[in-house]
Design a protein. Structure first.
Length: 307
């Protein structure tokens, strides 16, 4: 995991130039879309309070949440934080009554070069999910290509419109497995192996943010930041591999929430790492859908890949 202070809500990444043309745009966007679709909790724009600390143009080489540092003892325990979150997004009955769901949205993926010029790629995305962990997602880059991502509860794979199949394994499979968990943070007792409040901050406007460090069953760590007044999740601090053994810190924020069928979902998610940024917008959330059927290819069962 990327080194960062276990109490302060900040991190300082090492800047690494990421070149992501063509097909890789799809894969990076697919992962972020999955993460943005499946997590929930925040306030509408203008009501964020604690989210004013990162403007879109702020340099990613020093991202922090300003405020007076507070010890873990100032906050309730992690279980209480998660239960408050469940209540904030609609309550247990509303959240866990859902069995299937479809998100429809769009995204803009941007890579900034050393000279400051940015390559932007817009796209469209639709994801379908069924409890407990069945998942499919299509990402379309107009004029370039499209790619489907699948998780059948055990196996994960991608297949593009040219028929190329990529069997996911290692960290990629682990992240997809986590994203496919239907109830996400609301099902914290099954999603995480460990969770602990490690501190927080009080901002100038009085907003208090609490940080919960979590460990997934795979051993991967992340930090979840909640607004203590609203109970809602506002950000995730994590890291990700960009290849060649390099890892960089990653910041994801959840914004502009709206209620769909009794549950609040983010309609805007931003994610930033190194010289990469992604803005993802949800246009619609449908529940009670008929989950599109798919079969696991024999190549996936055999562990064979075209890559």
């Amino acid at each position: 995991m990327t080194p960062r202070d276990s109490k302060a809500l900040s991190f300082v990444p090492t800047l690494v130039s990421v070149q992501l043309p063509g097909r890789t745009f799809v894969r990076a966007a697919a992962f972020v879309a999955a993460a943005g679709f499946s997590a929930a909790g925040s306030m509408a724009a203008g009501q964020q309070g604690g989210l004013d600390w990162l403007a879109p143009e702020q340099a990613i080489d020093e991202v922090s949440i300003p405020g007076r540092e507070l010890p873990a003892e100032e906050f309730p325990d992690a279980k209480t934080v998660f239960e408050n979150y469940i209540e904030a997004i609609g309550g247990r009955e509303a959240v866990f009554s859902k069995q299937t769901r479809r998100f429809t949205g769009s995204f803009v993926y941007e890579v900034t070069s050393e000279d400051g010029t940015a390559a932007r790629q817009p796209g469209r995305v639709v994801s379908n999910a069924a409890a407990p962990d069945r998942y499919s997602q299509s990402v379309i880059l107009p004029g370039l290509l499209s790619e489907m991502t699948y998780f059948d509860g055990t196996h994960g794979w991608r297949q593009d419109d040219q028929g190329n199949l990529n069997v996911l394994e290692g960290e990629e499979l682990s992240r997809l497995r986590n994203s496919a968990q239907f109830y996400q943070v609301a099902d914290y007792e099954n999603l995480f192996k460990r969770y602990e409040v490690t501190g927080g901050v009080e901002q100038a406007d009085g907003t208090r943010l609490v940080r919960v460090d979590v460990e997934f069953p795979s051993g991967r760590d992340e930090s979840y930041v909640f607004d203590t007044e609203t109970g809602l999740l506002t950000a995730v601090l994590s890291d990700r591999s960009i290849g060649n053994g390099q890892r960089v810190p990653l910041l994801r924020m959840y914004l502009d929430y709206a209620e769909f069928d009794g549950v609040k979902y983010p309609t805007r998610t931003t994610e930033r790492y190194a010289n990469v940024s992604l803005l993802f917008n949800v246009s619609n959330v449908e529940t009670g859908i008929e989950m599109p059927d798919f079969e696991t290819p024999q190549e996936v069962l055999d562990g064979n890949s075209d890559d």
